[in-house]
Structure formats: structure tokens, C-alpha cells
Design a protein around this ligand. Sequence first.
Ligand SMILES: [Mg+2]
Ligand SMILES: [Zn+2]
Length: 285
Amino acid sequence: MMIMKIAGHVLRRRHRTWGSIRLVHQRLLASFDFDHTILNGDCYETIESFLDPRYNRDELHSLKAQFGWMTYIECLLGILQEQGVRVEEITESVRKLRTMPGMECLLRRLEKRPETDLCIISDANSYFIRQCLEANDLSDIFPPSRIFTNTANVLENGKLQLAPYEEQSHCDRCPANLCKGGIMSALMQCDQPQQSYDRIVYCGDGCNDLCPMLQLRPQDFACIRHGEELHDRLSVHGGEIQAHVLIWRDGDDLQQQLEKAGCFESTFTSTSSSSLSTSSSSSLL
Ligand SMILES: [Mg+2]
Ligand SMILES: [Zn+2]
């Protein structure tokens, strides 16, 4: 393992050696919200379309503000079951959702980048996320251990049962069932220095994506989707984010901006001199 100082940070890098040249990879964590970020849509908005048109949606939506997402979702699923909507129909509608344009290409590129971990941090649920990933051929990129979300399973009676990711009271910004910032903070803390991340990218669209973005460091990237909830609130919260802020419109745009910011790069370092110095950098992909 090699240790080098860049911009005041001690970075521990993994490397491969060819003659006198070492190819050094920066460790990158690429983390994503799911609905309206990886997905070009929202699982719960989709299943709301099954509601009887006579049902008062305003009343249902007021549950989100009053009691949080879990209460809203449990209530929505309960109503749909009373209406006789089968879990197979719900599953089919969720599986029809497609990823954001350019997002699959970005995820595949990140997957191929050396020393890169990918994860999803979402207030949706494990069943819907698994179904969407499967239908979009992306399950291999996000194994269950890399998806941090509420648990959901289909029971033998055909009911979809939800369980909160956690029951937290440490964060006022986030609902009791899930603090995305707490998950980010746990991912950043690492006992083994060689396993710590040199850079972290977090991509999201909603106000519940602010908490993980507030955990990020100046060398990290908070990627906020243009025109969505969090972007609209940026004038209020933007100053609190220490990381670089990137505003993106779709997966292609996000990929271009991350490339420009050097997130796909590795660094070539000469070993011929006793003092280790960065000689050049190059994109691997
Ligand atoms: Mg979202
Ligand atoms: Zn939080």
C-alpha cells in the first residue's frame, strides 16, 4: 500500500505496477437514490394509479406529511387490497418502469471502474427495487447487500408486508423509518484505512436526499436532479453542503459531468523517484 498527500488529505491507494510506473486507483463510492434517480418514475406513484378514481387522494397524501412515508404506503397497500388489486398486478406495473435515460450506461461504466462500490439508499422497499432492477437487467450491479431500504416481502396470503429499515430518533430531517444520512455516515466510517473512500458520489432528487449529501466531504459530489424537489430547495440548503454540487438532467448528463469532474480517472504515479509524485492522469474507460 502506498501513502501520498494530496490537498492536505492522506490518501491510501491500491496500485498495480508496470516497470517503473504504478497505476493507482482512487477508491470511489457511487451511491444512488432509487425513485426519480435511477428510475425514470416512482414505484408508489405507479401503484397509486390502481386506486379507485373516487378515492380522496388528498387525504391519502396528507398522511405523508403527518405520519411519514411508511404510514402512507401501508395505508395505500391496504386500500388496494380492499379494492381487490392483486399483488401480481402491482408487481407487473412496477416492473414496467424504466431507468432514467443514460442511467444504465452510467451504472455499467461505474461497475467496470476499478476500486468502485455501488449502492442504493432508498425509502422505497426491497421488493419493488428488486423487481425493477430485475426487469431492467441491473440486478447484477446491485446485490441485496448493496441496497439499503425498507424490507418488503410477499406473504403466502398475497399481501405485501413492509418493515421499516430502522427505527431512528437521532435525525430530525429524516423519517423515523430511515435516515439516509446515517447510512451514508456508516458507509464512510471504516476501520481499515485502505478500505476508506477517496471520493463519494451521491445522486438524488428529493428532500430526503439532503441528509446524506450533508455527510459528504469537500472532495465528494452531491448530484442533485434538475427541476425536482431538492433542486427547488437548493437556495435554502445549498450553503450547508460541503461537497461539490452537480445539477443533472438525465444519466447521460450526469455521466458527462462526473467525467469532467474526474470521477472515472485513475492516477499514474512514477516510482522511479524516491519522492512519490503524481505525473499524469488518465481515464481508464
Ligand atoms: Mg427519489
Ligand atoms: Zn437523516
